[in-house]
Ligand binder design. Structure first.
Ligand code: HEC
Length: 157
């Protein structure tokens, strides 16, 4: 159980409690593995929601804005893959994938600031989290001035 992050527990509980609203039919975009990819990001604080190793992927539409700032064009997409941390000879290494998240600029998603937010299990099935309570509210609080995008281009250099 220790390996399961707090966030995953939150997600599991919410899966039972809620039916995904706007993200109801979302699927992971094909080929995101070929998009611009961040360096490995490690969060070693076990109390953090983001404990683990993750990589951010940014598509062609979003990347110029990600680099220089501004409003993202319709259809812009971000994906993050999260992994457990495996200790390989004292070096933290990506272990099992535990979660994938998606943001896609979509003006129909009025409740979540014009972005579709969707969470997936490691196998790519929707985890059924509530995109307002479990995604949007934190992104709004953290990244109001960057069109709800929190990560930074610096993670790619
Ligand atoms: C407690 C706050 C919080 C919650 C809740 C949260 N996120 Fe995030 N999210 C972050 C942070 C912090 C980053 C930046 C990570 C980095 O810098 O590598 C991020 C980054 C992202 C990104 C990459 C684009 C960006 O904004 O940098 C996507 C996609 C994403 N989150 C989707 C989701 C989805 C979908 C959910 C709901 C299942 C969710 N997030 C819930 C804090 C949150």
């Amino acid at each position: 159980m220790k390996e399961i992050t707090a966030l995953l527990m939150v997600l599991a509980v919410t899966t039972i409690a809620t039916t995904a609203l706007a993200a109801g039919k979302a699927t992971l975009p094909k080929g995101y593995a070929t998009w611009e990819k961040s360096k490995q990001q490690i969060v070693t604080d076990k109390n953090s929601l983001f404990y683990g190793i993750h990589y951010t992927y940014v598509d062609k539409k979003a990347f110029p804005v990600y680099k220089s700032g501004g409003k993202y064009p319709e259809g812009s997409q971000f994906v993050i893959e999260y992994f457990n941390i495996k200790d390989v000879g004292g070096k933290p290494t990506a272990g099992k994938k535990n979660m994938v998240v998606l943001m896609r600029k979509d003006k129909k998603q009025k409740e979540t600031g014009g972005w579709l937010f969707a969470g997936f299990n490691a196998d790519g099935r929707l985890s059924g989290v509530d995109p307002v309570k479990n995604c949007y509210e934190c992104h709004l609080k953290t990244a109001k001035t960057t069109d709800l995008v929190i990560s930074k281009f610096a993670e790619f250099k």
